[in-house]
Write a new protein. Structure first.
Length: 272
């Protein structure tokens, strides 16, 4: 998740809307829900029988961040397919921004030791945790106009490629049959946290019904599909795709981001 410290985890990132969150402005930037340039992803699996306890601790952590006014955001998701677990996505516009988040978090830990205690209790209930840092590839995907605040689910495809075949992934991505999901997709290339070159394709979904849609038949030619399959056989060492359900109650997003879908992110807060 967002707060990895001496236990070997990485810290979270500040998002572009920190100023909005701090001032309490209700103005919403057109890019509030745009995919960030940098993403920190933490995949956690829990000890047997400890998932419920971990969830309660995460809920308490979110409440403390709100109570103390800490402007560090994250989106928390639970697995729909694949192994049971949680995935945290922390946004940033640069690695320098992540460094500043680390400094802020260190100050918050010193001021509020109960946050350290909460994190220690969460970590005691984890079976494993894996963290990666990835940067957005603007030359790939279909992210123009993409608004992450509108999504309720994410389909995440992780592709590990054999060393030296990074350009083959880019070529294959352009050949891959397009998804019919209405929101588009964003592609990240992992900078650290994996041994093989790895790409993460995120497809936000408004509903599980969108996840069931099959690739278009009008897109690539038959030759294009054959070329894609050949590249995949020769260049890819692993491809894994899973669905994740967003849990707003265990997420901590900026006001600007939440304003994109307030009934989902802040239910009950907008009723008169």
């Amino acid at each position: 998740m967002k707060l990895r410290t001496a236990a070997g985890f990485l810290v979270a990132a500040l998002c572009a809307e920190i100023a909005v969150a701090q001032t309490g402005s209700s103005a919403t930037s057109a890019s509030s829900g745009a995919p960030p340039k940098i993403g920190l992803l933490v995949h956690q699996q829990f000890l047997t029988g400890k998932a419920g306890e971990r969830e309660q601790l995460e809920l308490e952590t979110c409440k403390k961040f709100e109570e103390f006014g800490i402007p560090i955001p994250w989106i928390e998701m639970e697995s729909v397919t694949g192994s049971p677990g949680a995935l945290f996505f922390d946004p940033a516009n640069s690695l320098e921004e992540m460094d500043r988040a680390g400094q802020l978090l260190s100050q918050m830990y010193s001021t509020h030791p109960e946050l350290v205690q909460l994190q220690n209790e969460i970590e005691a209930r984890l079976a494993s945790s894996k963290t990666i840092i990835a940067r957005r590839r603007d030359d790939l995907g279909r992210s123009d106009g993409l608004d992450l605040s509108k999504a309720r689910y994410w389909r995440i495809t992780v592709v590990s490629v054999r060393p030296g075949h990074e350009s083959d992934f880019a070529e294959a991505e352009k050949l891959r049959p397009a998804s019919e999901a209405e929101m588009g997709e964003v592609v990240y290339e992992v900078d650290s946290g994996t041994t093989l070159p790895t790409f993460v394709v995120i497809e936000p979904l408004r509903s599980l019904g969108n996840a069931e849609r099959k690739p278009e038949t009008k897109g690539p030619t038959e030759k294009g599909r054959r070329d894609y399959e050949q590249i995949a056989r020769e260049a890819f060492s692993m491809v894994e795709s899973n669905l994740w359900a967003i849990h707003p109650e265990m997420s901590h997003v900026s006001r600007g981001f939440a304003s994109g879908d307030p009934e989902f992110w802040t239910p009950g807060q907008n009723k008169q």
